[in-house]
Design a binder for this molecule. Structure first.
Ligand code: PEP
Length: 256
């Protein structure tokens, strides 16, 4: 069985002031110092990437810096957007792509998300691709089909060579920011099915290497049960990543 280094990411969304963000980053850095066996990243708002990089110290620091989004072009007339080149310039190493708030609140299409995946990979960044079904889709029994569709459209035409640049997060939309968490069994089932799709697209070896995270109201109190599932390799954390101590306890829960 493949051994995958667990990964925990903190998606700060549009939260924190600059000073709150700096303090939060400092508490994460200090808190995960003695947890070397879990990869950790934080995703501050874009305008704080550079100052937060100042707290982390360097781009290959213990806590990696990530961007919540980027536009799929290196530069150009795209007012309000940031490019993968600019993310890298700020010390960013990872970009979230296809987060449900981008899909459902900002209206990003599968085709646009697929362009972002390619652009992030082409700029030598790690792509953290988010997938997941809405409540209506779950109630219609479409969870696996929705995840499969999102994976197939986002990863079409790619091959195993990108395996070490890809992390997937299964985030049921109805569980994000709602306090409702998928049961560990349901999440495991969906993530096992997603891994089978990745195997079909990129091959068995790549599917064995790629981390698949769970996201959706993860807290220190439920993290361990979720992360102990065979196909759950850590988490993408929203609300609970805004409290340093809680986030560090979630990182601890991801230890192998
Ligand atoms: C997220 O934003 O990816 C997320 C999972 O949020 P929350 O943990 O708040 O549900």
């Amino acid at each position: 069985m493949a051994t995958r280094t667990p990964f925990v990411g903190g998606n700060w969304k549009m939260h924190t002031t600059l000073e709150e963000g700096r303090a939060l980053a400092r508490s994460v850095v200090a808190g995960v110092d003695d947890i070397p066996d879990v990869e950790v990243a934080i995703f501050p708002p874009a305008c704080y990437l550079l100052p937060i990089m100042g707290v982390l110290g360097k781009a290959d620091s213990r806590v990696l810096l990530g961007a919540q989004n980027c536009y799929p072009e290196s530069k150009g007339a795209f007012t309000g957007e940031i490019s993968p080149v600019q993310v890298r310039d700020c010390g960013g190493r990872i970009v979230l792509v296809g987060h449900s708030e981008r899909r459902h609140v900002l209206g990003e299409s599968d085709a646009f998300i697929a362009r972002k995946v390619r652009s992030v990979l082409a700029h030598d960044l790690t792509c953290l691709l988010c997938i997941g079904e809405t409540l209506e889709q779950r109630e219609r029994g479409e969870t696996d089909a929705v995840n499969e569709h999102q994976l197939r459209t986002a990863l079409a035409g790619l091959d195993a060579s990108i395996a070490d640049q890809l992390i997937i997060a299964y985030e049921p939309v109805w569980a994000i920011g709602t306090g409702r968490t998928a049961s560990a069994g349901d999440a495991q089932q969906a993530q096992r099915a997603a891994r089978r799709v990745v195997a079909d697209l990129l091959g068995e070896e790549a599917a064995g290497m790629i981390r698949i995270l769970y996201g959706g109201s993860v807290k220190a109190s439920n993290a361990q049960e979720l992360f102990s599932q065979e196909d759950i390799d850590g988490g993408l954390i929203g609300g609970a990543s805004l409290v340093g101590e809680e986030f560090v306890r979630i990182v601890e829960a991801a230890r192998p």
